[in-house]
Design a protein around this ligand. Structure first.
Ligand code: C5P
Length: 238
């Protein structure tokens, strides 16, 4: 019998609880939203339920396609059981179209299509500003991961992108960019964390309107509706 234990960690959009099995933990998806490193806070009603369902859908699809990840099963509307991993201390951002910090850094207009996929490794930063960009030499010098692990993560990020872009195209959503986190599970690198409108930029393919956290960040309105819309389309309820 699964027993849910103490709080392990609380992040922007989730809480992580221990269980009576040292190999698993429980993710609880919150409605709270945060942007600009905590400077802007709010609530997106129903977001927790949407993100839990979106993660289940995407992670199960990735498992089917051979991308190992932490998802085990959904427990209820807001909680899922996942493998308990040691999180690798840098994230990988995957970009197909220019937006956000990349637009600021390279000066290309938002919406510019990138001919080849851009992968960025970033350290998590508590500061107000963009997450510090690091390359493989920084990661090795800081002993954050081995070269083999970095290569595995980048290859997995490309594969996730291929799968996600082609799936989302079918439901008329453009995948602009997203952020991935990885973990070590019994010595092996697997995909962890979440893939949701909280950690990705999803645009309606017809109108190019954001269907993601940018609606909250930029006060665009209809935030709840945008999250629900992504889930409806995934469930074939468009
Ligand atoms: O802000 P930036 O353009 O670098 O973000 C790229 C992608 O990573 C966006 O989809 C954004 O929502 C996501 N991201 C995230 N968590 C952060 C920073 C960015 O999920 N701390």
């Amino acid at each position: 019998m699964l027993e849910i234990g103490g709080l392990l960690k609380e992040g922007k959009g989730k809480r992580l609880y221990a269980t009576n099995d040292p190999d698993t933990c429980v993710v609880y998806f919150k409605d709270e939203a945060m942007a600009f490193h905590g400077l802007k806070r709010g609530r997106i009603l129903g977001k927790g339920e949407v993100n839990n369902a979106v993660c289940k859908h995407i992670f199960e699809m990735l498992t089917e396609k051979g991308v190992e990840n932490h998802f085990i099963r959904q427990l209820d509307a807001r909680q899922s059981l996942v493998k308990r991993v040691e999180i690798v201390p840098f994230a990988v951002k995957v970009r197909n179209i220019v937006a956000g910090s990349l637009a600021r850094r390279i000066g290309y207009p938002i919406g510019t299509k990138l001919d080849t996929t851009v992968l960025e490794c970033v350290l998590r930063s508590a500061e107000d500003g963009d997450d510090p960009l690091v390359n493989t030499t920084h990661i090795l010098a800081m002993k954050l991961a081995t070269e083999e692990e970095v290569n595995q993560m980048l290859a997995m990020a490309r594969r996730v992108n291929e799968i996600l872009v082609s799936y989302m195209r079918e439901i008329n959503i453009e995948v602009i960019d997203f952020k991935l986190e990885f973990g070590r599970y019994h010595g092996k690198i697997i995909l962890a964390d979440e893939i949701t409108p909280d950690t990705a930029r999803f645009w309606d393919a017809r109108t190019h309107e954001p269907l993601d956290i940018d609606r909250f960040r930029r006060d665009l309105g209809n935030v709840e509706q945008a999250y629900q819309e992504v889930l409806h389309r995934m469930m074939g309820e468009e």
